[in-house]
Design a protein around this ligand. Structure first.
Ligand code: APR
Length: 247
């Protein structure tokens, strides 16, 4: 297998998707037994779906919260922690995953681009209450209300049709700009993602346009696999621990 040199000249930007959590027992979205197989995205992961049937949305997210509460990080998560400890501020992890497993594994330089399952927020845009940690698995038939304004609470997740947090995008972009300005070697590695959802799926093109090196670690060829210079096919929990050569 090819190895990825992680030396003093390397700046590494990693993007992970549901495939990195699959070996921890967290379901992916697409492909066999994917979450979107039996749950229409528009009904359970969109503002319109929430407005139409908040009970159904909370039932879906409560099930995912319960499922993600009793799983553990796998060797793929652990490898990324080791890379971060080796590279320091020349490492940044952007994850599409909302299961919190990267932080539980010990990753600190993490941007949770699509939010977090264990955070809720008020659905009233005028409410002053900020998003807050919430591990409650609400019983079916319950839609929690905001203590401050009484509006419905919602999961702090970026739904389809919603914008990502601009601060998150700025942090990712600034990292890449800093890497290029340093004269170092910018490497972008995507792991466990189908490349189906933007802007995450477009990161590879941005890095290539900036002259960076691009790697894909995935169980099968993702939609944007041809955009990557290196493609290491396999399970991230098996590939990542062997891929990085820390010098
Ligand atoms: N190791 C590596 N890759 C894997 C593994 C594994 N053990 N298991 C599955 N995969 C790959 C699959 O082949 C697939 O390409 O992971 C990818 C998972 O794709 P998706 O289920 O589409 O998940 P993801 O890419 O994270 O979805 C992106 O879409 O629905 C939205 O917001 C949601 O964040 C999610 C976004």
């Amino acid at each position: 297998m090819e190895t990825l040199l992680l030396d003093a000249n390397t700046w590494l930007l990693v993007l992970t998707g549901a495939g990195v959590s699959a070996e921890s027992g967290v379901p992916t979205f697409r492909g066999m037994n994917g979450l979107w197989e039996d749950q229409p995205v528009t009904e359970v992961a969109s503002p319109r779906g929430f407005a139409k049937d908040p009970l159904r949305v909370w039932r879906f997210y409560s099930q995912r919260r319960a499922g993600a509460a009793d799983v553990s990080p796998n060797p793929g998560h652990d490898a990324l922690v080791a890379w971060e400890r080796h590279l320091g501020d020349r490492f940044l992890l952007a994850t599409q995953n909302v299961d919190g497993l990267h932080r539980r594994a010990g990753s600190q330089r993490v941007v949770e681009m699509h939010g977090n399952l264990f955070t809720s927020r008020c659905s009233n845009p005028d409410c002053t209450r900020p998003p807050f940690p919430d591990t409650t698995v609400y019983a079916s038939g319950t839609v929690p209300g905001c203590k401050e304004c009484g509006a419905l609470l919602r999961p702090h997740i970026v739904w389809f049709g919603e914008q990502l947090d601009p601060d998150d995008l700025t942090r990712i972009e600034s990292f890449a700009v800093k890497a290029m300005r340093s004269g170092g070697r910018l490497v972008f590695l995507a792991a466990g993602t189908s490349g189906a959802v933007y802007p995450a799926a477009g990161m590879v093109d941005n890095v290539r346009a900036a002259g960076g090196e691009t790697w894909l670690v995935n169980l099968d060829a993702s939609e944007n696999a041809s955009s990557f210079e290196h493609f290491v096919q396999g399970k991230s929990g098996e590939v990542l621990p062997k891929l990085g050569r820390l010098v």
